[in-house]
Design a protein around this ligand. Sequence first.
Ligand SMILES: O=P(O)(O)OC[C@H]1O[C@H](O[C@H]2O[C@H](CO)[C@@H](O)[C@H](O)[C@H]2O)[C@H](O)[C@@H](O)[C@@H]1O
Length: 267
Amino acid sequence: MADTLAVPPVLSENLAFFFDLDGTLAEIKPHPDQVAVPADVLRALHQLSEMNQGALALISGRSMAELDALARPYRFPLAGVHGAERRDIHGNTHIVTLPEALIKSLHARLSTALSMLPGTELEPKGMAFALHYRQAPEHEQAIISLAQSIVEASDRLALQPGKCVVEIKPRGINKGEALVAFMAEAPFKGRTPVFVGDDLTDEYGFNVVNEAGGVSIKVGLGETAAKWRLASVASVWQWITEVANQQQQQIANNNRRNHYGSLSRSI
Ligand SMILES: O=P(O)(O)OC[C@H]1O[C@H](O[C@H]2O[C@H](CO)[C@@H](O)[C@H](O)[C@H]2O)[C@H](O)[C@@H](O)[C@@H]1O
């Protein structure tokens, strides 16, 4: 089937940028610990953030601690664990958690269950759990059934499928809600949202961005609510650099215009 989604349009000013991490800013790797964002991409993100008064956030399924480590030396506003954790531009954190007893019993149950499925891996994230099966695809159905049975038995939990992973997260949490929360605050408020993501969890964000008349960009193949598409992580890296350069050029042109405008007024 032909892809009907085009590459993203040339962007104007007054934008708020949101980026997913795995599969968008970083290539998918066999193990979550092997992931990195190239230093020049981080520099371009920082440059974009500066040129847009700090209106750039990372929105990921990873914890905020991991996002900070991956974005070092920079410190961006963040939404981690699909939005259960959020750090605004002032450094204030907004956390949705689960009762300690529930977290402990989930941890114990999942550890035992996954220890019987060789090659699978449990990634505990406080209020959420990622059940990875990239190294053991033969256990995909067992993992999905396990997560489904846990979530169906609780009104506090929801399922979040992803790439070779199923996650158990607090109900009502998603990247769309995180995006809405950022867009209600300075410096994001009043700007046009641009969101780039690659996976099912990002579809919540694409819907919010579409409703706001923003620019939603899906990375890679697959059905999506996004309006535009970039082919790969490498295309995202190139696109970020191009947008940063375009904006720098626009700022230089505006400054030149203002400078000559004030000169001609003073003559
Ligand atoms: O929302 P994202 O930033 O895309 O994070 C989604 C999950 O990413 C990580 O897992 C995925 O990437 C791993 C590294 O490439 C890969 O090995 C794994 O199979 C993928 O599912 C991360 O470990 C999860 O916590 C995130 O929720």
